[in-house]
Design a protein around this ligand. Structure first.
Ligand SMILES: Cc1cc2nc3c(=O)[nH]c(=O)nc-3n(C[C@H](O)[C@H](O)[C@H](O)COP(=O)(O)O)c2cc1C
Length: 222
């Protein structure tokens, strides 16, 4: 598969079939992704892959907390507290696409909550990944993490698999840290669902748009 095709075909998938992914395939992807570049070759990524019983156990822990109305102090702010244009509109539109796909009215609090909570079931994926790094590292290393995540997503596409990267997991740092037995200096950056898409689910019909080239790039001297 061409890199261009993998980039074009990757989308965030939010409903998966339960079909398992072989451990050898998951390992192959995570290992190949370690060829991602990182400033100073720091390789800040630490990855934890859950499937089967451990995944079920972990999802049950979060489900019980959600049912009890519990929450945790997020590991970090995913967005600035008050977004401004053009980011506000883009964020609003991607949310609106999801509500429309499910026919959810945007003031239906229960339906919106349920939509958000799908994250914490890894959207039904058979594999849940957590990406962590040393909390003393800074923005350059967070960007290295992003490169590792993208490599994982493209390697998954190459193998006919789908993903959804999930910063929403940063809302459950205490539970994730306790379950994975993470040392204090390791923080949770994001999770990721990995598996085979449910092709019939309306959430998977969503295609997000991108700004036109001239809106974000300038070329000089060509
Ligand atoms: C680092 C990162 C974290 C994300 N976190 C979430 C998340 O928690 N839940 C979710 O449904 N989508 C999440 N997304 C997916 C974005 O919403 C998605 O990439 C964006 O809307 C563009 O759509 P596409 O991935 O289908 O091209 C995340 C994406 C990235 C890159």
């Amino acid at each position: 598969m061409k890199v261009s095709d993998a980039i074009a075909q990757r989308v965030s998938v939010r409903a998966f079939k339960p079909d398992p992914v072989p451990g050898s395939t998951v390992r192959e992807i995570l290992e190949a992704a370690s060829h991602s570049p990182s400033g100073g070759n720091l390789q800040p990524w630490k990855v934890y892959a859950l499937a089967g019983q451990p995944l079920a156990e972990f999802k049950a822990i979060i489900a019980a907390k959600l049912a009890a109305g519990e929450s945790e102090t997020p590991e970090y702010d995913v967005y600035p507290h008050s977004l401004w244009e053009p980011f506000k509109k883009r964020r609003f539109e991607t949310g609106a696409q999801r509500y429309a796909a499910l026919g959810v009215y945007n003031k239906d609090k229960a339906a919106l909550k349920e939509l958000g909570e799908r994250n914490y079931r890894f959207f039904g994926a058979p594999v849940g990944l957590f990406f962590c790094l040393d909390r003393r590292l800074g923005p350059p290393q967070w960007s290295d993490m992003g490169m590792y995540l993208l490599s994982v997503m493209l390697l998954a596409v190459e193998r006919g698999l789908d993903t959804c990267p999930q910063e929403s997991w940063s809302n459950w740092p205490v539970s994730v840290r306790a379950f994975l037995n993470l040392p204090d200096d390791i923080m949770l950056f994001a999770g990721m669902s990995l598996g085979y898409r449910d092709p019939d689910h309306p959430l998977n019909a969503i295609r997000t748009v991108r700004e036109p080239f001239d809106a974000f790039a300038q070329m000089r001297g060509f």
